[in-house]
Design a protein around this ligand. Structure first.
Ligand code: AMP
Length: 215
């Protein structure tokens, strides 16, 4: 297994890009946000612990998310390339990940930063809609469903994520600036940072550039 970390602000398009890249059979996508939302929905002990942090737009405790990612890596050793979307979120998690990868004999190929200006990030988050049934993501401006408000994949009514309200989004962007942004320097110092321009809306073009960049 080798790992590519996707870095970028909430709303930078990491999840959308990862879903598209993972259509290739040799690529898997691990979204820690999706993993946590699944645990909350299922009412597992980890989900019950995570719920309040997530609804307030705060990070869940490092140990909790590290355990979940560790289990995934140990259980999926046969996968070729895993895109990590949403982990690590701070320097402590980056150190935990380095240990986890070393322990499991996994290579960190690079950290791919999706670079997007703040005003685009805010616009994208306000247009974001998700399917509560199957988890598919849409955007009323850039990736609209075929029928307004309805999931293309399963036909359920789309919703706005609980942590996508304007107040919580402002808080999540502050958390990103304070805790996650330092990871750009962290991976640059280790010569692992690669950057792609994430501001355009042409998903196919971004996927192509992303694959070229992580080669
Ligand atoms: P996301 O879907 O990546 O925006 O994540 C949604 C929420 O899940 C975040 O606001 C955090 O509360 C939580 N979360 C996801 N990944 C992590 C992580 N690596 N560390 C801590 N909290 C996380």
């Amino acid at each position: 297994m080798n790992v590519v970390i996707l870095l970028g602000a909430p709303g930078s398009g990491k999840g959308t890009l990862a879903v598209e890249m993972a259509k290739r059979p040799d690529i898997a996508h691990l979204s820690t946000g999706d993993l946590l939302r699944g645990a909350v929905k299922a009412g597992t002990p980890a989900g019950l612990e995570a719920k309040a942090y997530m609804e307030a737009g705060n990070l869940v405790p490092d140990e909790l998310i590290a355990r979940m990612v560790g289990d995934y890596i140990a259980e999926n050793a046969s996968l070729s390339t895993v895109l990590l979307d949403g982990f690590p979120r701070n320097v402590a998690q980056a150190d935990i990940l380095a240990d986890l990868l070393a322990k499991n004999g996994v290579t960190l190929r690079c950290a791919l930063l999706l670079d997007v200006p703040d005003e685009i990030v805010v616009r994208r988050i306000s247009g974001r809609r998700v399917c509560p049934a199957c988890g598919a993501g849409f955007n009323v401006d850039t990736l609209p469903p075929k029928q307004e408000g309805i999931c293309d994949a399963c036909g359920a009514a789309l919703v706005i994520r609980k942590d996508d309200t304007p107040e919580t989004v402002r808080h999540r962007l502050a958390v990103y600036a304070e805790q996650t942004f330092p990871l750009i320097a962290y991976y640059r110092e280790r010569n692992l940072l690669r950057t792609v321009d994430g501001s355009g809306d042409d998903l196919e073009a971004k996927v192509k550039v992303a694959f070229e960049t992580i080669q």
